[in-house]
Every structure is written in C-alpha cells, then in structure tokens.
Design a protein around this ligand. Structure first.
Ligand code: KIV
Ligand code: ZN
Length: 516
C-alpha cells in the first residue's frame, strides 16, 4: 500500500502574501471551492487577526467547505488564537495553525526572546488553541537555520501540549534537498513523541529547491506537504502544488506514495488562481505552463506523433489540459454560458451570470467564437470588480500618426455622481491613465504593465495586468476587453479601487498584525 500524503494548500494565505496578489472575499471563496474539487486535504484560508477582510474570508470559507480541513494562521498570542477560533467556528473540520521562530536569528533579532521564553510561549499557545479545536498545527519558523537540538526540544514540548501536526518550515529557502531530508529524519529519530504528530514540510523557493526539498522531506517521513498553486507566495514563492503532486504520481516507483488530488482539476485551478491574483504563469512552467506540453522541434514532433510517450512523461489530459474547444457563440443563451462557466469551476448566482452574459455578448458579437480562456478572463474580471468605489463608464481616445494622444473618461463615484475629464499623454494608455488620475486623484506609481492576447487571432481579447505602488504596498489590477485601451483602463481602475479600499479611513483603522 502506498503511503498517503496530505496536501495542505496555502494559496490563500502564504500565496496571497505575494506582492500585489491580494484577493477579495468572493475571489477567495471561488478558489476555495475549486481547491475542494481539486481534493486538497487542508485549505489554509488566511490569517484572521490580520484584517477584517481576512477574518471574513476565513469565516465564509469555513461555512462553505465541507470536505477539507479549514485552517487559520495565528501568531503564538492568545488574541490571535481567539480571533482565529471565532472565524473557524462554522468549519466542519477546523485547524488552528500557530507557532513561533526557532532559529537564533529569529529569537534574537525578531522576537527578542530567550530560547526558554519562546518555548514557554509556544507551549502556552498550543494549550490555548486546544481549548477551541482538537486539531492544532505548530510551525517552528525558520527551522532550516535552527539549532537542531533546540528544535527537537520545542517539538517534543508542543506535541506534549497537544499539537497534532508539526510544521518544519524552511522559511528562507536556504536548505538543500539533502540537508532538508536529513533534518526531517533527524527530528523523527530524536524527538521521543514524534510519532504522536504528523510531520509537515513547508518550503520556500529562494534557491529554486522548494519542490525538491519537500520531496526529500517525504522520502524521510513527512506526511503532509504545504504548497500553493503555481508556487506563488512570499518572495520567490512556495512549493508548487501541481509539481510536487505530479512528481509523486509520475515517479511512484521512487516515492511510493499517493495523494487525494484529482489531477484532472490541476490546470483549471492554476488558471483560476492566475486570473484572480494577476500573477501570470511563465510559459515554461512545469505541468501548467503554456509550453509544458508543446513540442517545437521537428524530431520531437515526429516522435510524439508516432508515440506520445517518446517525449511526454505525463499525459496532458491527466492534468486537465484538453484541446481548446470553440464552445459558445453570440447565439448561445444564458443557460449555456452558466453551464460552461460551471464546468470551468465558476459557480455564480443569477445576478452575476447576468453581468457576465452582457460582457459575453459584447465579446461574442466581435469575435464570433468565444473560447474557455475568454470566459475565464471575463469571469475573473467581473469577480474582482465586486467592490468598486469608482466605476468606469466610458473611455474615448484619439491617437495616431501626428496626433496628440488624448483621452476622455467618464466615471461614476460611490455617491452615484458621473465625473468626466480629459487629458493628453505620450500614448493612448498614458492619456487614459492621466485622465483617470485627474478624477480619482490618489497618489501612486505604475510599476508594471503587461498585456497579452488571451487566445490567438486578431480578434482576441486583450488581457492587461498592471501593478501600482503606494508606499510599500503594491496593488494588482486586471482588465479584459477586445479593445486594448479599454482593457488597460479597466485594469487601472481595478488596481485603484483596491488601493482606495485599503486607504479609506475605515480601512486604516484595521488592526494589522504584520507579516508572520
Ligand atoms: O514560511 C513560514 O515559515 C511560514 C510559517 C508562518 C508557517 O509561512
Ligand atoms: Zn511560508
């Protein structure tokens, strides 16, 4: 019998810590629903004390999800744990994930505590969390650089206090696979009560070794892998879920283990996470990149046509990549649209379907054939636009050879007033952004602008992703339209609405617990 490895998905927590990746509650619910279909064992839904938005998201996900454990992150402080327990109350299987640094670097510089004080704090946190839930995971932050014997002592103490899962994070992505595998083996062999808890691996990709390190952990006895879709996360990101799962599945001869992941849902989940976070998947990304199953050299094409396995170790259908089908046209009705969106993982109420249907018809009139990729972008565009302080109503530009690019925009504000302004710029997009700035008037700088065609062909939808910065905060915006200037305007409005949402006085009052 192959060993069962639990998949702990932290896309909505560590993944959301990627700069500019913040998601609204509706987007998080949509991703959580898809993660449940994907078959993950645990969804880390957020860090409830960090903001009211995170609290609401964890609570809403706890109400929605029935087949996975729902987990909330906390620092090792009673208030965080109380707030997390409240958010997780509706969950069928709640888990509190608490913990503290264990490396001398974290103890001295960040926590300013002695080893003994930190251990006492950790034990108290676990005991406090166990008053609320039976399932308590303890993270030993920066385990990759910690003194092993201290690590073992803390692990023994928190298991004794009631921790059911022990997370050994390589927080800084410092270790090599050999070192990390040996660390997992060491704690298993030196902590007397190690068999009373599940050992979990949580690796970061600073040296590009997160997946390899996690697999080394599995080979040495870890039974839970923490990962994110597309490998997104703090700095260089986390272990990529699709890569670690497909490595274990494809090389079962090496790892001799299995997961509960429905691999045919991987591609869909990857697309959804990319569409909502605005973090594009690099074309050569393993498993889900656009080129992962593309063969360009003549010799390879010849081989694959004769026998797929000559150059393919994974059947693309096993990860849910099907040949793109032309499915909908301007003659398709609301029901057909709703049905196809459902198949793609987007479940919407009637009001939302109505909104998307209007956008769909505009696209179908211009393009004739609407592909799955178009629908995904329209769906993401509408879901992310739920909280709009400013709504873009009209964009008009004049540009060309020997013309001063000039734009006029019409916008509706939160009080329902329609505001119009115009401006010129170095190009049509610059002119539109300047005209919007004259109305909205919030300081920011544009740090990234990315445009890509969603499908092939001159009539393709343009998908624009931008990032704007204010202070240390980065906000991502995404917009889609057959007109690239309108798509750009929508992306800017989207990012600005997120920024405004964050800096309004009510939002400024929010308690921020700071990054863990
Ligand atoms: O990388 C890390 O150490 C973490 C912990 C908070 C689990 O994300
Ligand atoms: Zn992490």
């Amino acid at each position: 019998m192959a060993t069962r490895i639990h998949i702990f998905d932290t896309t909505l927590r560590d993944g959301e810590q990627s700069p500019g990746a913040s998601l609204n509650v509706e987007e998080k619910l949509e991703i959580a629903r898809q993660l449940e279909r994907l078959g993950v064992d645990v969804i880390e839904a957020g860090f409830p004390v960090s903001s009211p938005g995170d609290f609401q998201a964890v609570q809403a996900i706890s109400r929605l999800i029935k087949n996975c454990t729902v987990c909330g992150l906390t620092r090792a402080v009673p208030k965080d744990i109380d707030v997390a327990a409240e958010a997780l109350k509706p969950a069928v299987r709640p888990r509190i994930h608490t913990g503290l640094g264990v490396s001398d670097s974290h103890l001295q510089h960040k926590l300013k505590m002695s080893r003994e004080q930190a251990m006492e704090r950790g034990v108290a946190a676990v005991k406090h969390a166990r008053k609320y839930v039976e399932d308590v995971e303890y993270f030993l932050e920066d385990s990759g650089r910690a003194d092993r014997d201290y690590l073992c002592r803390v692990m023994e103490a928190v298991i004794k206090a009631g921790a059911t899962v022990i997370n050994i994070p390589d927080t800084t992505g410092y270790t090599t696979p050999e070192e990390y595998g040996a660390l997992i083996r060491y704690v298993r062999e030196h902590v007397p009560n190690a068999d009373k808890a599940t050992i979990s691996v949580h690796c970061h990709d600073d040296l590009g070794m997160a997946v390899a390190n996690s697999l080394a952990g599995v080979l040495n006895g870890a039974r839970q892998v923490e990962c994110t879709m597309n490998g997104i996360g703090e700095r260089a990101g986390n272990t990529s879920l699709e890569e670690v799962v497909m490595a274990m599945r494809t090389r079962r001869d090496v790892y001799d283990c299995e997961t509960g992941i429905v691999t045919q849902e991987l591609y869909k989940t990857s697309r959804m996470v990319s569409a909502s976070t605005g973090i594009l998947v690099q074309p050569n990304k393993a498993i889900v990149g656009a080129n992962a199953f593309a063969h360009s050299s003549g010799i390879h094409q010849d081989g694959v046509l004769k026998e797929r396995t000559t150059y393919e170790i994974i059947d693309p259908r096993d990860v849910g990549i099907l040949e793109s089908k032309i499915i909908l046209t301007a003659r398709s009705g609301r029901a057909a649209l709703k049905h196809r969106l459902g198949e793609l993982g987007y479940e919407y109420n009637e009001a939302m379907i109505d909104k998307i249907y209007v956008r769909f018809l505009e696209v179908a009139d211009l393009k004739k054939e609407v592909y799955d990729e178009d629908l995904e972008i329209l769906a993401a565009d509408e879901t992310s636009a739920v909280h709009q302080t400013y709504e873009l109503l009209q964009v008009q530009v004049s540009c060309g050879e020997r013309v001063i690019p000039t734009a006029t925009v019409r916008v509706r504000d939160a009080q329902g007033r329609e505001l119009i302004d115009s401006c010129h710029g170095t190009g049509p997009v610059d002119a539109v952004y300047r005209a919007i700035n004259r109305i909205v008037n919030v300081e920011n700088s544009l740090i990234e602008f990315n445009i890509q065609a969603v499908t092939q062909g001159i009539d393709a939808l343009a998908d624009v992703t931008i990032r704007i910065q204010r202070g240390n905060d980065i906000y991502t915006g995404r917009g889609a339209n057959t007109d690239i200037v309108v798509a750009s305007a929508r992306a800017y409005m989207h990012a600005l609405n997120k920024l405004i949402d964050r800096v309004t006085p009510s939002a400024a009052d929010r308690e921020t617990a700071g990054a863990v």
